[in-house]
Write a protein that binds this ligand. Sequence first.
Ligand code: SF4
Ligand code: SF4
Length: 549
Amino acid sequence: MVKVTIDGIEIEIPKGTTVIQAAEQAGIEIPRYCYHPGLSIVGVCRICLVEIERMPKLQVACYTPATEGMVVHTNTEQVLEARQAVMEFLLVNHPLDCPVCDQAGECWLQNFYMQHALHDSRMFENKVKKSKALQIGPNVMLDSERCILCSRCVRFCDEISKSNELGIFNRGDRAELQPYPGTELDNDYSGNTIDICPVGALTDRDFRFRTRVWYLSETESICPGCSTGCNINVHHNDQRTYKAGGSRVSRLKPRYNPDVNEWWMCDAGRYGFTHVDADSRILAPTRSIGEEQEMSWGEAASEIMTKLREVISVHGKESVGVILSPQMTNEDLFVARRFFRDGLGLKHIDFEVAPLTTGAKDDFLIKADKNPNTAGARLLGVGARQGSGMTVAEMLEAARKRKLRALYICHHDLANGFAVDVVEEALTAQDLVVFQGPNTNSTSALAHYVLPAAAFVEKTGSFTNYAERVQMIHTAVTPLGESKADWQIFRSLAKEAAISVPYFEAEDVFQALTAEVEAFSGLPYAGLAGQGIALRDGQALPESETVVA
Ligand code: SF4
Ligand code: SF4
């Protein structure tokens, strides 16, 4: 450890810490453009210059290691003058685009100009012209005139995605960021370059010009795109309504978690929220026997329970199959378990439709299992492999032979794991098929009752990722139409069946879960916010272990 003093604050830091990091620990923010804690240090933008006692010239804070006894000043006249000079230099050829630039409101050129420069331009010459609104990949637009050549995006592609698409070509005021000839910025993580670009040079094709950032609210959540469970912020525009002004969710941004995704997320997860406000959303409980008819929750719960009881009384409990989903939260699955297994005494409960580890994967963040809560489902014991009930494949086979007479299916499109004719034959042979989920699909089209479940941005709960880290999602936007969290739907049905499900909030469910399920025992609900809690001291499990129950 070494002791340093920054702006009069003495702190002790590990040897090797740089001045910019030490200042952060002291609560002092030194402006930066090229420096990013997740990338190598290049020290090219010079905005982080500071004064260090006994050093003749100003030093870059990002590159300089803090050493024992060092005394640093980040706010002297000399520092402020240098910072202003750097800003003036960066703005020499910068276009006056702010009113039409999509980065306005989250641009560090704008912000630092207001905080550290506020100079009047001394330039009368024409600015250098470069390419504008250039699509350099499926997700990213480049405006070269706005680029300050910090090289963050280049280093990201070299060091993190390791795809090496970008370079800086030419010299002096002709220097320009471009993809290498014959390539484009097309890798599984390309959207991160937009996040780390400190100015409006790289913008998101999916987001640009849809809304101004100051209209957005931010809610912490977890990406449901795979079992990594990258920490994200959901950016939502609360003035928008379903179908009236486009999507209520404007974008997903990665949220820093050193134990999961650091600063990054993949493009599939980033752009994977279009189902939330899609036309396929189920808006009300519906009876699809004969003519399709919307119902109230009370009518739906009463009719479904009456029919379920009929099936059970005539054919027995063994004639009902329940297919849950690893897209559901721990809370959803726990209440499903309480209702179907403990309350109704059903045996055939499973959650795995298609093999879970066959999707695309890499050795960074992307996992083959495209579900956020497979580990949670396994720990809650709702898989057929953990009990003595049928697997989903066995249920469909039994349904075709009319050994099963009722199926309750949550979220899945069974056509993703089985031949369409097999699914059709099995479902049409049933006395009762209930589908519950946020969106319609080919399975819901064959159900007698379709129940609207809230999407992941419309409910609060927790997922357990592949490494058994329990992390929270929060309600960002109101559930559409009549939709409710899955656990609330099970609660409505349980009430009809006089089965006790005494929970009013997701937190109540979580408290019951930690009291009943040993793997979750003692987890504090409040401690889950932010970065979650690892059940096994953060030891990552091999992916296959999270699947086999
Ligand atoms: S495009 Fe953005 S991140 Fe890339 S070098 Fe230019 S300013 Fe930096
Ligand atoms: S790696 Fe997985 S969890 Fe992370 S953003 Fe991509 S899909 Fe989502």
